[in-house]
Design a protein around this ligand. Structure first.
Ligand SMILES: [Zn+2]
Length: 379
């Protein structure tokens, strides 16, 4: 742990259009923004050593409160020195609140004003999660960036249902802030809700600003509304949040979602896509998507991407990666996950440089052109 007196902070370095480049300062190190956060659901980014995740350029990763509270348990992680020590990752960690995963347990949960009662997907045991308990769990884990406990309604939903859900989330945001208390060096982020309805999004932004947070997330997107509707919300939502605080788009996304979100003023994102796809043989490159299981790769001596400097591209052919995937060898998931995470971080680094140099629009055109020329394969 760094100096207890060091506080959390965000500084904008440059802006190009709505796209921002900046730095989030924490006692565990700086997070360069726009930032992509790999997901370490169960205290591991699957198939990756922590030092490998760091080598891809990640400054921060995300842990899931829901999974960690059930197994191994937040109190156990705290007794073992906290999540950073437990999983051997010393850079910043953001934890979600558990709300999103609990809400997706349709039929296994009961929602009240107080919170949510649910049954574990692992052993059926009964648990209760409230804003107060979520803050307690995230403190036990030792998270650097704590997320408010919120509700995300399943779409499609009526405007009335989305409004009621959003207002409950805003009451829970106030309770989360109260329970979080004063923890120097740790940050609490509020989460904007309101579906795809502008008036509700703006009402949510006002409610969160009234409470006051270290950062602000845009929640309730990338839940099946489609990219066009998501970008429609992002055309105005970031601008309704404080200029001097980081803005985090939760659960996004594909490379073109990420680029479109940064273009609209988002600073942070997380997604399981690069790591999950790495295990299913789907590879993201600057020329598009490669499905390594396809027979067309079995005699191909070329790397996944000639310009990529990751271990998978420096040491191995498509033919080899095809072979180990088909043979079910563990190195397949390891190499493809490394490549995907490296590629996502490469996009972030290129965008940060482009924003600083005032050429984001040109960079974005090149990004789309490269993908259009490439060997994009059907998903
Ligand atoms: Zn690579």
């Amino acid at each position: 742990m760094g100096s207890a007196s060091m506080r959390f902070g965000f500084g904008k370095v440059a802006q190009d259009g709505a796209a921002r480049a900046g730095v989030i300062r924490t006692p565990r190190g700086e997070i360069r923004t726009p930032a992509f956060m790999p997901v370490g659901t169960a205290a591991t980014v699957k198939a990756m050593l922590p030092e490998s995740v760091a080598a891809t350029g990640a400054d921060i990763l995300l842990g899931n409160t829901y999974h960690l509270m059930l197994r191994p348990g937040a109190e156990r992680v705290a007794r073992l020195g906290g999540l950073h020590r437990f999983m051997n990752w010393q850079r910043p960690i953001l934890t979600d609140s558990g709300g999103f995963q609990v809400m997706s347990l349709a039929g296994l949960r009961k929602l009240t004003e107080e919170g949510v009662t649910f049954r574990s997907h692992i052993d059926g045991s009964k648990h209760h999660l409230t804003p107060e308990r979520s803050m307690e769990i995230q403190a036990l884990l030792g998270s650097d960036i704590v997320m408010c406990f919120d509700e995300c309604p399943a779409l499609p939903a009526s405007d009335k249902a989305v409004a009621e859900s959003m207002r409950l989330s805003m009451r829970w945001a106030a309770r989360s802030k109260e329970a979080f208390g004063d923890r120097p060096g740790h940050a609490l982020f509020g989460i904007m809700q309101g579906g795809v309805t502008r008036a509700l999004r703006e009402e949510s932004a006002e409610a969160l600003k009234e409470i006051g947070f270290d950062g602000y997330a845009v929640g309730g997107l990338a839940v099946g509304e489609g990219q066009e509707a998501m970008f429609g919300v992002l055309d105005y939502a970031p601008g309704s949040l404080p200029e001097d605080r980081p803005r985090y788009l939760m659960g996004v996304g594909k490379p073109d979602d990420i680029v479109g979100a940064v273009k609209r003023g988002i600073d942070m994102m997380d997604c399981v896509l690069p790591s999950r796809s790495g295990r299913t043989g789907q590879v993201f490159t600057r020329h598009g998507v490669v499905n390594i299981k396809n027979a067309r790769h079995q005699d191909d001596p070329r790397p996944l991407d000639e310009d990529c400097t990751c271990p998978a591209c420096c040491g191995y052919s498509r033919a080899y990666l095809h072979h180990v995937f088909r043979a079910g060898e563990m190195i397949s998931g390891m190499l493809l996950t490394w490549h995907n995470l490296h590629y996502f971080q490469q996009i972030m680094a290129e965008m940060r440089a482009a924003i600083v140099e005032g050429r984001f629009t040109e960079w974005e055109a090149g990004f789309h052109a490269g993908r259009a020329q490439g060997d994009i394969e059907p998903l």
